[in-house]
Design a protein around this ligand. Sequence first.
Ligand code: GAL
Ligand code: CA
Length: 354
Amino acid sequence: MFKNKKGLVLSLTVASSILLATGCGSTESSSTDSGKGKDSDLVAVGATIYKFDDNFMSYVRRAMETAADGKVNLMLNDSQNDQAKQVEQVDTLIAKGAKSLAINLVDPKAAQTIIDKAKVKDIPVIFFNKEPDASVLKGYEKAYYVGTTSSESGILQGELIAKAWEANKEKWDKNGDGKLQYVLLKGEPGHPDAEARTKYVVDTVKEKGIEVDELALDTGMWDAMKATEKMDAWIAKYNESIEFVIANNDGMALGAIASLEKAGYFSGDKFMPVVGVDAIPEALEMIEKGKMVGSVLNDAKNQGAATVQLAANAANGKDVLEGTEWKLDDSKAVRVPYIEITKDNIQIGKDAYK
Ligand code: GAL
Ligand code: CA
């Protein structure tokens, strides 16, 4: 959908503002009417997304809107990365008659605050994407989680790196010391995905018997622009010593690529292996062009759909899994699997974002 050529960061920003255009100027958007009747006739589900201006979450949001269409009145709010604002939105959603809540926390530690509000009115809460502590989820019978097993993405990314390194190390081990010198762009600190990916990717590469040197690790807050800035600084500082760029998500991988391009990479034989997570369409394009080694599919479509399906069932007083094929694990979580994506199986990524 996003046809970027040059000026990637700019086009990403433009693309996400196009996606956001429907919600422009307001912080709430509802699913549009379908043939089946007005939204207001449908059971109300109150939802928040931690910020609309997050590349991956914009795909989750779209999937939620599609799943809600004609089934529930989805009152969807942009929490604008502000936890206090989100708490106010939850108050408003409850006041407006939401029968269940679908919450993408700003701060993963704020789950209890949301539960305290919902519990008073006996309203079920489906958290998604930012996993609350298991103990908090356990504390409220009507609380659930839809997301992934965070560590899995780090393990798959690590395996991908190890395979690619083994196959290319003659070229990629630039200083010939047999070790992999990397820089790592971390997501939001404290975010279960960011913490797990950062730990498991490196652990996995090492387990595969590859020695590593960490030249730099810092947060790019999931954000392309911030990642470009970081990468600019790292290229200036480490230049030729960097042999691999590991990013906790594709947004930051794309930001790093923009920086690397400025520094002359990806033309002639100047190359840098870059990996991300999410397998969003913009990243799939980079994989096809050979500017990204691979990514790990974070299934936005299924996570968005599952969130709305559980929330709709809950709002209707049904078992949350009724009519679905999802399963809950011991921590009342639906976990959608990650899939390693390279050029070889890129169609899986494309299909997931269709
Ligand atoms: C992660 C995703 C990131 C970012 C984050 C927001 O699962 O990989 O790109 O969207 O969620 O919480
Ligand atoms: Ca080396």
